[in-house]
Design a protein. Structure first.
Length: 324
């Protein structure tokens, strides 16, 4: 599995990027091969003990999972979550990891992917200009490759901080190399720790070529403390300004892109957050706030529909701004 490691026993808050990687690549390939041979049922049977051990051995994981679920259940009127809900939350994460592998390999059945709101995104891409997609750690966002069926050559450049998940991302890239040529789609991973002029120029070229730039809006920056504090699930939480800053710099539309489980598959959801974000020198944060608030609303809607699909296993409401 590929998840942040638990926080310190003392409960000290740490940046999410410090939690490290628990991926065992040989195990990932073994379970992926098992699914190809025997299907998802046997995969889930094999994963059961692994998920249980992972859940039992990481008290901070259980704590942070339950903290999130309690907050969501409280605002949605659901009964208070139990340990079973937390265990199911982690099991959903493990199941989604398989779907990430299948999606990048071009093996996930696109008939099980329903998309809503994507028409506006594709219409804008056909003008020749790209868009910025503000994503989150929910569901299987790699399934956006399914849009290539409606727009051949659909490409997404995903900004990731890969130090904590390098091995897993290498697995994803290896799988995609064998499939991108088949469907014309590509999900390009771009490692980034902060937004600098060289990166901005690279992204500007991608957007000018009609490609998408995707960046997570639910994890604070690694080397920058610039965040917006917004109400989220009943309490203030910090959100990065990255998606809004990039959209403003590139002068292109900003959309939310979410993905949650639905029936036996997934639902991709797109929502326009801003046609254009101006960045006045004296009030950038104020200019970004409406789009950020719309992002939080869109994220909350996705979580209401599928509570187990959010995979931020760290103290989200008590995370430091910068990595020490």
């Amino acid at each position: 599995m590929n998840a942040p490691r638990a926080a310190t026993a003392s409960g000290e808050s740490r940046h999410w990027a410090q939690f490290g990687e628990t991926t065992f690549v040989a195990g990932i390939w073994l379970l992926y091969a098992l699914h190809r041979v025997a299907g998802r049922l046997l995969f889930r049977v094999a994963m059961g003990p692994i998920v249980l051990l992972h859940w039992l051995s990481r008290p901070a994981l259980r704590r942070d999972s339950l903290d999130y679920l309690r907050r969501l259940h409280a605002v949605t009127g659901r009964p208070a979550p139990t340990w079973r809900d937390s265990l199911a939350h982690v099991a959903c994460f493990a199941d989604t990891m398989l779907d990430k592998l299948l999606a990048m390999a071009g093996r996930y059945p696109t008939a099980r992917v329903r998309s809503e709101g994507h028409e506006a995104v594709l219409a804008h891409l056909r003008t020749g200009q790209g868009v910025v997609l503000a994503t989150a750690h929910i569901g299987c966002l790699e399934l956006c490759r399914a849009l290539a069926a409606e727009m051949p050559g659909f490409r997404v450049n995903v900004l990731v901080h890969t130090r904590h998940a390098q091995r897993f991302n290498r697995v994803l890239e290896r799988l995609q190399r064998g499939s991108a040529a088949a469907d014309g789609a590509a999900v390009r991973l771009i490692e980034v720790t902060d937004i600098h002029p060289a990166l901005a120029m690279q992204l500007a070229e991608r957007v000018a070529a009609g490609e998408c730039v995707a960046i997570a809006g639910d994890r604070v920056p690694v080397r920058s403390g610039r965040t917006l504090t917004l109400p989220f699930l009943g309490a203030p939480a910090r959100f990065p300004i990255g998606p809004y800053l990039i959209a403003g710099l590139l002068k292109c539309p900003l959309y939310f892109m979410g993905c949650v489980h639905e029936d036996r598959g997934y639902a991709l959801r797109f929502e326009r957050l801003a046609d254009r974000i101006s960045l006045p020198r004296g009030g950038r944060e104020q200019a970004m706030t409406p789009a950020a608030e719309a992002y939080v609303d869109a994220l909350t809607l996705c979580l209401r529909r599928s509570p187990r699909d959010w995979f931020n296993f760290f103290p989200f409401w008590n995370s430091p701004d910068v990595e020490p």
